[in-house]
Design a binder for this molecule. Structure first.
Ligand code: FAD
Length: 286
């Protein structure tokens, strides 16, 4: 199938993009890398009267350190998470997750902002914003605001973005000397959406877990933090007994539904196995 007809605008600034959305009476969609939107148009799952191409907006590009935080422009491509040295250094969970996102052709076009704005619960980058305690910068008709990732993902494909608002950038706290991290996922084939995935960012002081954030993908309607597991691990050493306690606590955090791919009990089991592997890697790194 082909996409229905649409008008097309390519503004140069955030303000012009917001104006174009308002002028279309809200019957418009921003397009970034097009790797999710174009298939949706072709399948006629969406039919906005206007596409607003944000790819030429300079402010949405670029990766730089700002006051101890890494600012990652919304238009940063998935592939740049593999190659950008600042992302590798200061947002290593994005770097480690990137090879698992789709395939090279999609990673060359798809943007990190587009992935987070879409908020597919099976996507890697949205979940990693939770693990990294990122803030999401949003521009809208009423001005700018930053929303913590913890408050951004509301429900299935629903975020704190209101209609017409633009995701401008992610702001990620830079990595410190005591930080350790690990990402992995279980998928039927490489490049497929994960059956279960998770990323962990921990801060260790004298081998004790001073802080830890654990985020799962593909286990519910949104990316999810495993807060009972985080509480079980915080304040103690990361050893085999702690890992077993953390795996047992996972039932309190995750309550996946049965679906036609995997029964709920199997998904929970896979999540527990993955959690054990990732914590084991952190223990070895410590
Ligand atoms: P677009 O497709 O351009 O836009 C997606 C949505 O986000 C649209 O609603 C658009 O209006 C909105 N949007 C985009 N940018 C902004 C912004 N700055 N502000 C506000 N709204 C915005 N993803 C994964 O995470 N893991 C996978 O394994 C994976 N596998 C894939 C396999 C295939 C075959 C395909 C086609 C896609 C796959 N994807 C996967 C999705 C891919 O990563 C998309 O690129 C990404 O989800 C969306 O980014 P985009 O820049 O292409 O956004």
């Amino acid at each position: 199938m082909k996409a229905p007809a649409f008008a097309y605008r390519r503004p140069d600034t955030v303000a012009a993009a917001l104006d174009a959305f308002a002028a279309a009476g809200g019957d418009a969609s921003y397009i970034a890398g097009g790797q999710s939107l174009v298939p949706a148009l072709a399948l006629r799952l969406q039919s906005p009267a206007m596409l607003i191409d944000i790819s030429r907006i300079e402010e949405l590009h670029g990766v730089r350190l700002e006051a101890g935080r890494l600012r990652i422009g919304a238009l940063t491509r998935h592939a740049e998470a593999l190659t950008d040295p600042l992302i590798a250094r200061h947002a290593p969970l994005l770097h480690e997750a990137a090879p698992h996102v789709a395939h090279p052709a999609i990673r060359n076009r798809g943007t990190i902002g587009g992935s987070v704005a879409l908020a597919d619960p099976a996507s890697e980058f949205p979940a990693m914003t939770l693990a990294m305690a990122a803030e999401i910068e949003i521009a809208g008709p009423e001005g700018r605001r930053r929303v913590p990732a913890d408050a951004f993902f509301l429900d299935l494909y629903q975020t704190a973005l209101k209609p017409g608002e633009l995701l401008v950038a992610l702001h990620v706290p830079a990595i410190g000397p005591g930080h350790r991290w690990a990402f992995d996922e279980l998928a039927r084939r490489r490049g497929d959406y994960a059956l279960v995935g998770a990323g962990i960012l921990a801060e260790l002081q004298d081998d004790v877990v001073a802080g830890i954030r654990i985020a799962f993908l593909s286990v519910g309607p949104t990316p999810l933090r495993a807060m009972a597991v985080e509480a079980a691990l915080t304040g103690g050493p990361l050893d085999a007994a702690a890992i077993a306690r953390a795996q047992a606590a996972l039932d309190q955090d995750l309550d996946p539904l049965d679906d036609d791919q995997v029964p709920a009990a199997m998904r929970l089991h896979l999540a527990r196995v993955l959690l054990g592997r990732l914590l084991g890697r952190l223990m070895e790194a410590a």
